[in-house]
Design a protein around this ligand. Structure first.
Ligand code: KIV
Ligand code: ZN
Length: 502
């Protein structure tokens, strides 16, 4: 009988550790609800000890998500575990995920602990976590660069003290598939009590092997994959959820395993995470890249027209790719708007719904016809939430072949409306300079991206930027049919996020 593979999603924890990502409590909750629709088994909501807002996010996710595990990360120390336990108090199925390093490199240079001390800390941590919940996961950080026998002793100590899940992280993404597979086999044959617990894997993608390693582990009996939507996470990221799930779904007969993921929610989830984190998805990314189902070569197109299976191993509809249709126009009313959102499974309520409707009307007035991609962009933009320290009131730009670009910007601040004008190397640069002189923040622009949300010359432009301020990177996004306005909105959004994180 096929074996179930549990999907432990760490988008909100390891994913959020990616440089520049800062999600508000509301944004984390939105993603958590989408992960619920996707039907992941566990949502790792955060690392509660790391900040007050992280604690708040875990608490909110824990009290709003039902019938799913909600995990909180904790180092193998008392105060982390107690804080995780508190944050998970109202969870339906709380999971404390505690960890300690197992490699000599980490123990000696970073933590200044002996192997015996690590063993004792692991045992104590798991025992303490069990006071809060029955579901305790223990991770041996840097497992793939650890002495195998010590690793097995560490896992035994965790199991003996009540761990239900043993996680094997390839923390630095160093393992190669045959080696990782052999490690999982070794653990399953040499850890006393392993048959009573779930073996989980957590692979990073530094060598581009995270999904391959996770699947190799599954073949050796691992029953849980830790992964993140769009593969986001520390450095090169985590195993990508959509890739791991679709490998299993596409090859389930050969692997003899399955997941409970509702694959038709993959595209919606990817798109929400992409928008709220500001991390773009490359067009050639497996499964969710925009070219993943486009057949360019003549011979491929010919084959596809004759029989889809010649060149297609996954149907776009399997992951929820819907063909975009023209649905609404400037005469469409509130009822049609709300109905279409429901059909697209886009959730908005109260003030957010009202704002989105007003934006839809304004856009329909400008553009005439509104398609599903436009609607999605409006809704995703509405879901984004950050405290409005600065609010764009107006902008005016002059630019051209023989004139120096100039921007005048008006921004609502805590001290009322402020205006500034600046010249620059083009309208975007001039606008950013004018905004800088209002906010007084010292920032550098690290990255700037623009893409069209849908097709056509009148498409909405979506701008994502990364700015750095005092060593910290944040991202900002903005949408508009006017790309200068989208850029200004993205910049103001980034300034608000700097204020929120400082
Ligand atoms: O990569 C890692 O080792 C981790 C652990 C905390 C599981 O993220
Ligand atoms: Zn990790």
């Amino acid at each position: 009988m096929a074996r179930k593979i549990y999907i432990f999603d760490t988008t909100l924890r390891d994913g959020e550790q990616a440089p520049g990502i800062h999600l508000s409590v509301k944004e984390k909750l939105e993603i958590a609800h989408q992960l619920e629709k996707l039907n992941v088994d566990v949502i790792e909501a955060g690392f509660p000890i790391s900040s007050a807002s992280e604690f708040e996010s875990v608490k909110e996710v824990a009290s709003n998500i039902r019938e799913r595990g909600v995990a909180a990360l904790a180092r193998a120390v008392k105060k982390d575990i107690d804080t995780a336990g508190q944050a998970l108090k109202s969870a339906f199925q709380p999971v404390i995920h505690t960890f300690i390093s197992s490699s000599d490199i980490h123990l000696e240079y970073q933590f200044k602990k002996t192997r015996d001390e690590a063993l004792e800390m692991a045992a104590d941590a798991v025992k303490r976590a069990r006071d809060y919940t029955d579901i305790v996961e223990f991770s041996a950080m840097d497992a793939t660069r650890s002495d195998r026998d010590f690793l097995c002793r560490l896992f035994e100590a965790a199991i003996k003290n009540g761990a239900r899940i043993i996680n094997v992280p390839d923390t630095v993404g160093y393992a190669i598939p045959g080696e990782f597979s052999a490690l999982i086999k070794y653990i399953s044959e040499n850890v006393h009590g392993i048959e009573d617990v779930i073996i989980s894997v957590h692979c990073h993608d530094d060598l581009g092997l995270a999904v391959a390693n996770s699947i190799m582990a599954v073949e050796q009996g691992a029953s849980q994959i830790e992964c993140a939507v769009n593969g986001i996470g520390e450095r090169a990221g985590n195993a990508s959820l959509e890739e791991a799930v679709m490998v299993i779904d596409t090859r389930k007969k050969d692997l003899d395993v399955y997941t409970d993921i509702k694959t038709e929610e993959i595209m919606n989830t990817s798109s929400l995470v992409r928008y709220l984190t500001g991390y773009l998805v490359p067009p050639n990314k497996a499964i969710v890249g925009k070219n993943a189902f486009i057949h360019e070569a003549g011979i491929h197109q010919d084959g596809m027209l004759k029989e889809r299976s010649t060149y297609e191993i996954i149907k776009p509809e399997d992951i929820g790719v819907k063909s975009s249709s023209l649905v609404l126009g400037k005469h469409s009313g509130r009822h049609a708007f709300v109905k279409r959102l429901e059909e697209l499974d886009l959730r908005l309520e109260g003030e957010d719904l009202e704002n989105a409707f007003n934006r839809f009307k304004a856009l329909a007035d400008k553009k005439g016809r509104i398609n599903d991609k436009d609607l999605k962009a409006i809704v995703e933009d509405e879901i984004r939430e950050v405290s409005q320290h600065f609010k764009l009131d107006f902008y005016q730009v002059i630019s051209g072949t023989n004139v120096k670009a100039t921007a005048t910007i008006g921004i609502e601040t805590g001290n009322g409306m402020q205006q500034a004008a600046a010249c620059g190397d083009g309208p975007v640069d001039a606008s950013f300079r004018a905004i800088d002189s209002i906010t007084g923040l010292n920032t550098q622009l690290v990255d700037y991206n623009i893409e069209a949300v849908s097709e056509g010359k009148d498409a909405i432009g979506s701008v994502r930027i990364t700015v750095s301020s005092e060593g910290k990177e944040v991202m900002g996004s903005g949408i508009s049919t006017d790309i200068v306005e989208a850029s200004i909105k993205a910049y103001v959004d980034a300034m608000n996020r700097i204020m929120e994180t400082s």
